[in-house]
Design a binder for this molecule. Sequence first.
Ligand code: NAP
Length: 475
Amino acid sequence: MPERYDLFINGDWVKANNYMEVRLPFDGSLVGEVPSANLAEMEMAIDAAWRARKAAREMPAHKRSSILYQASQKLNERLDEFGKAISLESGKPIKEGRGEASRAVQTLLFSAEEAKRIEGETLQMDAHPGGEGRFGFTIRHPRGVIVGITPFNFPLNLACHKVGPAIASGNTVVLKPASVTPRTAYMLAELLAECGLPAGFLNVISGGGGEIGDALVSHEKVNMVTFTGSCEVGHRIHTRAGIKMVTLELGSNSGAIIDKDADMELALRRCVIGGYTHSGQVCISLQRVFVQADSASDFRDQFIEKVRTLKVGHPLDEDTDVSSLVREADAKRVEQWIQEAVSEGAEVVAGGQRCSSTTIEPTVLFKTSADMRVTKDEVFGPVVSVDDYGSLDQAIAKINDSRFGLQAGIFTRDISRALKAARDIECGGVMINDVPTFRVDQMPYGGMKESGLGREGPRYAIAEMTEPKMVVVNL
Ligand code: NAP
């Protein structure tokens, strides 16, 4: 029997008025049911978080740390169960589902560790003539009630990136997961409750972002919104949230440079992983590859060969490399963008077809230009375009010719060319000898330009989730 979750509010499972189905994207089979919260249920969740905020602020750091540490340990013991749950709702291959669960263990662990080092600073008050005879220092004050809104593509780990740092720094949380992938958020709440997280500290409400989103982010009892998702929704949240802290982790069309002296074997191997993990549904998915003209034809031939060996299949098959997109509408959109690029002069050299209602073959495009949707917008599908360049300045200009700026990569053995790229690329992160898709969870992670505002990674998220309070003693 598929499992049914209720709302998780104030430490209790609360029956909802309406429920919605969760289905496996690959074949539409029923996975479970979750609430579709209405505005009254959303109010209950915010109220619970609001009432618990004083207790959260006053809980000693070692206790907050211990709860998160235990949750990370228990999750580590249940990787298979969580990995399968991730794959069933998101449709990602099971090996990636388990990989995400392992990353979530680390995210909770880093949050537990950071809970013990949230520190202010002392100020040299007498540096100012008016500050003589004063002693000054700052303390980090938790913001209070934090709303976390998460996307479908990493349903567990991105929830941990909101919940872990928020709990670590003495805040309470209302978490709204994506409607297509909500079950792992409830599993996370269950896990944290088992580890002793008090009632009201974390509340989970699934429900349509289009129905409850505006009310949630603009609510007067909400002190901060931390959002991960599309640019479109990010823009909307930013304009509606009002005067409160908002962090936005948004999309990208990430690129990598394969320079003339690159380790070609390494570059090929990493580009295949970067372009096709979770069918390209990763915010830092490799979408644009720029190869130095002298080695371009060599790279192209070998890249096509490697992409053709990827196995497309059911997400629960151990040897599946690429599975479906999350919704049929997304697969149709990606198919249409490929066809549009071809009509504008691009050449499909691998894949290019929709092979089931939700599945797109791993696709490689040549002869694309910067104004096609497959290059200038976020594809969020298994489509990589390969272009070439002459000088490094040209390659960097091509990477920067984007309204996004999340992460980028450069493969080169020349340290000065690598550091020039690191300096001149307009992105939140530059990976040297790797694809933009590289991330471990303690990194400061976030984008420039339309890729967002603020940084995640427990230490950096805690800086956003607390504010400095100045204390001055008149000696
Ligand atoms: P999405 O459509 O923007 O949805 C993200 C979340 O926002 C969902 O929970 C959604 O709820 C909710 N939402 C929708 N409308 C809302 C509104 N008006 N107010 C408040 N919340 C609302 O994104 P997605 O398709 O799930 O995820 C893919 C996107 O996320 C891509 O653009 C990807 O690049 C980005 N992403 C960024 C990062 C990063 O760290 N930079 C990481 C992962 C993904 P419903 O599901 O109920 O609509």
